[in-house]
Each structure stands twice: as C-alpha cells, then as structure tokens.
Design a protein around this ligand. Structure first.
Ligand SMILES: [Fe+2]
Length: 255
C-alpha cells in the first residue's frame, strides 16, 4: 500500500517524519504536496543536490532593503518580444503567453519583474552545455523580461518551445516548457518555476513535472489555450496566471 510518504519508486521519503505514530493514535493529515520535492528519486540529479540539513534562515540585514531592484527604466518594451531580438524572425510557431501575477488573496502584484527563458522551436538552448543535436536558431536567444502592469498583467511574444532530451534516464524528454522567474523586491525573494502547455503527451513521463505530487498543483503549472490572448491571423495565445502564496499557489522551485 502506498502512503503520502511513499516516493513514486516505492522507496520511503527520506524527509518524511520518520517516527511511527503510537498505536491507536491517528496521525495528523498530511498537507497537500503542492511544491516540488527537493529529493525526488526519479529526477536523478536531486539525489546529490537536495539539502540534507534543515533550512537556516539568516536574519535580514541591509542587503534586502538596499540591494539592486529593477524598475521601469531597466526594462525595454521589446524585451518582452522574443521574436524581435535579432535581424530576422525565429523559426517555429509564434505564440503569445500572458496572464497575471497575483498574491495569495488574488490581488494583482504590480511592477513585478517577470523573466522567462526557453528552448527554441527545435528544443535547443544556445548554451555550450546543451548537446542536443537539434539546430540552433540565429534569430532566437530564448530570453525575455517585462514588468507587470497596474493589473498585475504580463505578456510575452515568443516561439513555442520544442521538447528536448535531458539524459535523466533512457528516452527522457522534457515536455515543452518555459522557465519563469518572479523577482520580488530583492534577490532573496526570487521565485523560479516552469510553465507547460496543455495536452502534452510527455507529462506522465517527466519526473520534474511529477515532482509536484499534488495533481491540482501540477495543473496550475499548465497554461490554458486562450482565445482572448490569441491574435487573429498572427499567433495563438496561452494564458497562465501565477499565484504567489496561499492554497492556490503556483508551484515554484524555491520555498
Ligand atoms: Fe528547460
């Protein structure tokens, strides 16, 4: 029988409480696992890089209030159009990705720096460590940024990324995804997550996607096709709201 503490490979979760409950004593219900597991056996590299000691939070110092922050002057409107950063247009399916950044109460977070990075349409990053034998696109860097507006909205024009192999196990392919960063008001608040596309057949095979063990939380990482975001005769649109905190929080890779 599996329990919430079981890992998908059947091994016990090393970070589970460990202590068995007293006979006849019902253990407290496990809260939904909305965040990715730090140590998730199917995602092999987490074995070595997941923390073995409890989190230590240092006291706040001058760094937080005085550290660099981004403002309107630092972000150019064209930074949000990944199809307009080079001489020519990149290859692939042009898309619009937009949504709102909200706090746990559903209030818009204004002026937030939203950054994204992604593979090109062939599933290749322009990085020396990416050895996937798929073509680079000289017209696509795959990075962009923008600030949320008064309603917490962000909007990017980009190319739909391709799936790519990642060597985690035999025939391991990442579903198409876009990495997102929410900066907050200081480096120490930065949150990183990934957005997926609806209906991807690779979801069931991806340990990174499935390291978020709560199904409803996983669904919150999947954008929805959105006709209101779609631009006639030009690009399909996807909507993805990012909720920072609370029961409906978008899973992030930090906590
Ligand atoms: Fe990626």
């Amino acid at each position: 029988m599996t329990t919430p503490h079981d890992r998908i490979d059947g091994r016990p979760d090393r970070r589970a409480s460990g202590a068995e409950p007293e006979p006849g004593v019902r253990p407290a219900p496990e809260p939904p696992r909305r965040l990715p597991e730090f140590d998730f056996a199917a995602y092999r590299s987490t074995e070595l890089r997941s923390p073995r000691q409890p989190l230590v939070i240092p006291p706040s110092g001058a760094t937080e209030p005085t550290g660099p922050v981004f403002g309107v002057a630092d972000v150019h409107p064209l930074d949000a159009d990944l199809t307009a950063q080079h001489v020519g247009e990149p290859l692939g399916e042009r898309i619009v990705v937009g949504g709102r950044v909200l706090d746990e109460s559903g209030r818009p977070l204004r002026g937030q720096l939203v950054e994204l990075w992604q593979a090109n349409a062939a599933g290749r990053y322009p990085h020396k460590a990416d050895r996937h034998p798929a073509p680079l696109d000289p017209n696509f860097t795959g990075a962009g940024r923008c600030l949320t507006d008064e309603e917490g909205r962000y909007r990017f024009v980009t190319i739909k990324p391709g799936a790519y192999p990642w060597g985690n196990h035999h025939n391991a392919w990442r579903p198409a995804h876009i990495h997102f960063s929410l900066f907050g008001t200081a480096f120490t608040q930065r949150l990183v997550t990934q957005m997926y596309f609806p209906g991807d057949p690779l979801f069931a095979y991806d340990p990174i996607f499935n390291s978020v063990r709560d199904e409803r939380a996983r669904r919150r990482m999947i954008a929805g096709f959105d006709m209101d975001t779609t631009v006639s005769e030009w690009a399909l649109g996807y909507r993805w709201d990012i909720v920072l905190g609370g029961a409906s929080a978008t899973p992030t890779e930090d906590r």
